[in-house]
Design a protein around this ligand. Structure first.
Ligand code: UT7
Length: 323
């Protein structure tokens, strides 16, 4: 059985960083409110002219260096973003060009905060089918560009950044002991557009628009949907929470992460948290957290890692990876 094995991971964050104290100078908020309700302490913000493809390229370069492979051996780039450089072409093709790759295929996937789980699943299926041999899977966002900076209920929550992993198709035994992606689960339910959306777009308004969210409603659905998708992964793999070394959830809100972990009986000591440092970076949050935990030595070769996310659409999903 072919498996998509992780060869390396990398990430990139813009230099500019806004603390909660900085946010309190922009909107009517406090450090106490933001920390208590979300766990966020700071977020990185792309500077003028620093685009999603630039962040993604830096993350991809870091992942390629970590994997110790040449960019030109990549024959698939799947990039998750809801904040592309342009309406078209895809941001993935811009990254492909910046990396000097002229072969293979590159395209974007769009599932907002679940984007990385969708991108990883897509790449995994290409590799397993033999349609590609080595893939770059990237999550990259510049949400700062679509925030309404006068709306305190949303602008304090998000940040910019990018993360990437390199996957390679290798032969496995078809058991949980294999290295690589062991299983993936994707879900969506399009009835919930009004709860989390951007009020613009090329076809609807010919504008970019701003992010709008009914936070409480999203929170409620998130805990239920995330628990469901993780339980599905456990069931499919025939494992329990105790078998997983690291839970790397989408980093939207510390309270969502804690509530989901509690519901699933996950030990908080096994949960990777970066939302305090990065805010919610949408599709970039999971690969950012994976890269941080890999490079600081928490995630080790052979560890069982579970990722899960939920975002606009609604979309949600999970993946189990033997690192
Ligand atoms: O990644 C994609 C998915 N997104 C998410 O997962 C986000 C899910 N939702 C959440 O994380 C939370 O619902 C929020 C963090 C967005 C909000 O937390 P909450 O505990 O649900 O607060 P709330 O919306 O019920 O607001 C409570 C109060 C309100 O004041 P009143 O009406 O009680 O007087 C808000 O106006 O907090 C007020 N408030 C703020 N106060 C200070 C809202 N935003 C702020 C703020 N600073 N930034």
């Amino acid at each position: 059985m072919r498996r998509s094995v992780v060869l390396g991971a990398g990430h990139f964050l813009p230099e500019k960083c806004l603390t909660n104290a900085d946010m309190a100078l922009i909107v009517d908020t406090t450090d106490e409110w933001i920390v208590e309700r979300t766990g966020i302490r700071q977020r990185h913000i792309a500077s003028e002219g620093e685009t999603t493809s630039m962040l993604a390229t830096r993350a991809a370069q870091a992942a390629l260096a970590d994997a110790g492979i040449d960019a030109n051996s990549i024959d698939l780039i799947v990039l998750a973003t809801a904040t592309p450089d342009h309406t078209f072409p895809s941001t993935a093709t811009q990254v492909q060009a910046a990396l000097g790759i002229t072969g293979g295929a590159a395209f974007d996937v769009h599932a907002v905060c679940s984007g990385f789980v969708y991108a990883l699943t897509t790449a995994d299926n290409f590799l397993k089918a033999g349609s590609a041999q080595r893939a770059l899977v990237i999550g990259a966002e510049t949400f700062s560009r679509i925030l309404d900076w006068t709306d305190r209920t949303t602008c304090v929550l998000f940040g910019d950044g990018a993360g990437a992993v390199v996957l390679e198709a290798q032969d496995g035994q078809g058991t949980n002991a294999d290295s690589g992606v062991l299983c993936t689960h994707l879900r969506s339910d399009g009835r919930h557009l009004d709860k989390l959306y951007v009020d613009g777009g090329p076809s609807a308004t010919k504008t970019t628009g701003h992010l709008r969210m009914e936070g409480k409603e999203v929170f409620r659905h998130a805990v239920t949907n995330l628990a469901e998708t993780v339980e599905e992964a456990f069931k499919r793999a025939g494992i329990t929470a105790a078998d997983v070394q690291w839970f790397v959830p989408h980093q939207a809100n510390r309270r969502i992460i804690d509530a989901t972990a509690k519901k699933l009986g996950i030990d908080p000591a096994h949960v990777v948290i970066t939302v305090d440092q990065h805010g919610n970076t949408s599709a970039a949050s999971i690969p950012l957290a994976l890269s941080v935990a890999w490079h600081d030595g928490r995630i080790r070769k052979g560890d069982l890692v579970l990722i899960e996310a939920m975002g606009g659409g609604f979309t949600w999903g999970s993946a189990l990876i033997r690192w």
